[in-house]
Design a protein around this ligand. Structure first.
Ligand SMILES: *Cc1c(COP(=O)(O)O)cnc(C)c1O
Length: 365
């Protein structure tokens, strides 16, 4: 019995009819670019987040870039984020020609350590991008307080955290703009690339709408130069169907996480914490273990797929050698890259599968 890290096919089979009809309808109408599904999904997902407006994009990466450009972030500016995230977060910053500045994470939620933000702020700092990593929200009240004091923009990287909550409020409704990815493996995943930026700020939303679609409202009359960052209509149609199931899938993820937590008690591995302010949506179920390589190989031998998110922190990546950081600069992030292991996690994962995984983990600890 092979157990995959994620199994997108199980989910597709459970909603096949709805999905196939939605795709066919777009093709029947030949309505591939923008239109009612894009607008419909923007409204429905924004509402899901408790926010007024959504701007559909071609990916989470382009949503982040769009957000930064709309906020006026440019060359000479600095943007603060964490080195323990997927590179898309920092690529978006670099693509505006602003400078990436890192602060370390804290080792309970694996999110930005708000205590370390202020020492990284300079006259050039314009924005902070907290990442709700693995589906667990960052400590947003503290981050927003610091941002307010220093007049900084906050863009949530919510690409892994659809539906997660901070003090009862959905992520996406906490910063100035929030960016989501609908990459197939995310908690709400398209059947290709897709993303969205959400915000209550009408002026920023209008700017993002313009930039996303070549800088025009009236066709071929361009107010500014923009990008082709549009959300594909077929993906929007698929996402509208899937959004209707998201709450149920989130509850299944949480149930799976609780079972893992329960069964892993006393096993010596560190299970993920849910801070008292948080509702975790377990995009990933990530455990901490000293002898990671040994466990990884043992699970692999038993046909259980795991993954390492992430094996090297961004400040030590070759791509960022020009920033001049060195080993030891962000010790918590570095330790996490050495110790954390992602176990299979998806809504359709069964109780028996979780039991088998835990049995193998416990065999030798
Ligand atoms: C997936 C992800 C992104 C980028 O999303 P894409 O849709 O793949 O471009 C950005 N940030 C984080 C933290 C992610 O996990």
């Amino acid at each position: 019995m092979h157990i995959p890290l994620v199994d997108l096919k199980r989910q597709y089979l459970s909603i096949k009819k709805e999905i196939d009809e939605a795709i066919q309808k777009v093709i029947d109408n030949s309505a591939f670019i923008m239109g009612e599904n894009v607008e419909g999904f923007e409204n429905e997902f924004a509402k899901f987040c408790g926010i007024k407006y959504g701007v559909g994009t071609s990916s989470g990466t382009t949503a982040l870039h769009l957000a930064l450009v709309a906020c006026g972030v440019k060359q000479g500016d600095e943007v603060i984020t964490v080195p323990y995230t997927f590179i898309a977060t920092t690529e978006a910053i670099s693509h505006t020609a602003a400078k990436v500045v890192f602060v370390d994470i804290e080792d309970r939620s694996y999110n930005m350590d708000s205590e370390k933000i202020e020492q990284a702020i300079t006259e050039k700092t314009r924005a902070i991008i907290p990442v709700h990593l693995f589906g667990h929200p960052a400590d947003m009240d503290k981050i927003m307080e610091i941002a307010k004091k220093h007049n900084l923009i906050v863009i949530e990287d919510a690409c892994q955290a659809h539906g997660a909550e901070y003090k009862g409020k959905k992520v996406g409704s906490l910063g100035d703009i929030a960016c989501f990815s609908f990459y197939p493996g995310k908690n709400l995943g398209a059947y290709g690339d897709a993303g969205m930026a959400v915000s209550d700020n009408q002026a920023l939303v209008e700017k993002m709408r313009l930039l996303r679609n070549h800088g025009y409202q009236k066709k071929y009359y361009h107010e500014i130069e923009g990008y082709n960052y549009r959300l594909d209509a077929i993906q929007a149609a698929i996402l509208r169907v899937k959004l209707r199931h998201l709450e149920e899938w989130t509850e299944k993820r949480r149930k799976n996480a609780k079972l893992y937590d329960e069964l892993l008690k006393g096993s010596g591995v560190k299970t993920p914490l849910e801070m008292e302010y948080a509702k975790h949506v377990y995009h990933l179920y990530v455990i901490g273990i000293e002898k990671r390589e040994e466990l990884y190989l043992r699970l692999k031998k038993n046909e259980i797929s795991t993954a390492i998110h992430y094996p090297l922190p961004l400040h030590l990546q070759q791509a960022y050698s020009y920033l001049g950081y060195k080993k030891g600069d962000f010790p918590i992030s570095e330790a996490c890259t050495e110790r954390l292991l992602s176990l299979p996690m998806f809504p359709e994962l069964t109780e028996d599968e979780i039991k088998k995984i835990v049995e193998i983990i416990k065999k030798k600890n």
